[in-house]
Design a protein around this ligand. Structure first.
Ligand code: RP5
Length: 345
């Protein structure tokens, strides 16, 4: 019942009229919920040691050195810089730390003479408490068995933004209303992930959120003109309705002791009216460095298989979503009510 018009999708009035009615919501006990208000996320606490970045790695990295249990024990990290980075692509800083430092300092008009921790923190900003060893930024989540740039473009923290986009969807199979999210499959490690990406120089976080969402989950299906419209509308959507879920270091498989990923994670629930504003029928097409894009059900099982600590980002987003709408989510993505909760207006 969708009407495809040239250069874009349009949701027809008929498809809206034919939308299945919202089913009666089941009662969901605490024991069956994905998260409750009391669920903690220890790995999202700033400074907590990484798990993924100590055992996983891109195929081109050498094996990670052993990370000792106790601090002060013998530790021999392996140094690795990818040829993708050392060949000097526009997205990477010079591998030489002093050269990169000089470039950053020049950009903000800072002298490189006698740099203290305050100046270094300005030059190498971090979402977490910065750690400098001999004037160089170090991963605030501790050691990883690898030092050197790996495949990351920036010295110290490499900043990304992650958009969590939810929608409610009535399953034609069982008539339950379920929570879904936009997920992509990454081409580098084959894992399902939030469609996030690096913040370009001079770009605001809400711009990155919208642009990455469009590039990775709408792919080549949009014209240049539509791309501009999407980017503008998504940016507005995140600014108007977005809820901050997390801001800090990401437990990413590319991280090293001195180069690491961090992100600002923002959640938004997409309604039909938002899709209409975007002129979008909510269909997804993988693009950029994604091999698949899907509306994935927010189940415990799906979250446990996500890239980095994205499953925890989404679980925390669900916690905030529940508080906001007064509904609860079962661990198989079914939306319901806590027993004893009355119908919300
Ligand atoms: C993750 O890598 C972030 O959470 C974000 O989703 C992603 C950004 O890297 P690219 O997808 O741009 O490689 O750590």
């Amino acid at each position: 019942m969708k009407v495809r018009r040239q250069g874009g999708w349009e949701i027809s009035r008929i498809s809206r009229l034919m939308k299945p009615p919202i089913p009666e919501l089941p009662n969901i006990h605490d024991s069956a919920r994905l998260v409750t208000d009391r669920t903690h996320f220890p790995r999202l606490e700033h400074g907590a040691p990484h798990l993924v970045a100590r055992k996983e790695k891109p195929a081109e990295y050498p094996p990670r050195g052993e990370v000792p249990e106790q601090t002060g024990a013998d530790y021999k990290p392996i140094y690795y810089v990818s040829p993708k980075v050392s060949s000097g692509p526009p997205w990477a800083e010079p591998v030489d730390f002093e050269a990169a430092l000089k470039l950053r300092a020049e950009r903000i008009g800072l002298s490189t003479e006698s740099l203290g921790t305050r100046e270094l923190a300005r030059l190498f900003p971090s979402y977490e408490t910065p750690v400098f060893v001999n004037g160089k930024p170090h991963n605030p989540r501790g050691v990883t068995g690898i030092t050197g740039q790996g495949v990351l473009g920036k010295h110290g923290e490499n900043t990304a933004a992650d958009p969590i986009v939810f929608r409610r969807w009535v399953s034609p199979q069982d008539g339950h209303q379920r929570l879904q999210m936009i997920a992509i499959r990454r081409s580098d490690n084959g894992m399902w992930a939030i469609p996030g990406g690096m913040t370009d120089f001079g770009e605001s976080v809400s711009e990155t959120l919208g642009r990455e969402l469009r590039e990775e989950a709408l792919g080549e299906s949009v014209t240049q003109e539509q791309a501009w419209r999407f980017d503008r509308c998504f940016k507005e959507l995140f600014e108007e309705k977005g809820t901050l879920v997390y801001q800090g270091v990401v437990d990413d498989f590319r991280n090293t002791d001195t180069y690491w990923m961090a992100s600002k994670v923002v959640m938004v629930e997409l309604e039909d009216s938002d899709a209409e504003r975007l002129g979008w029928d909510m269909s997804l097409v993988a693009g950029d460095d994604a091999t698949q894009a899907e509306w994935m059900e927010v189940t415990r099982e799906n979250l446990s298989r996500m890239n980095a600590n994205h499953g925890e980002f989404v679980a925390k987003a669900v916690q905030l979503w529940q508080k906001r709408c007064g509904l609860v989510l079962r661990d198989d993505a079914v939306i319901g009510r806590a027993p004893g909760e009355s119908e919300s207006p």
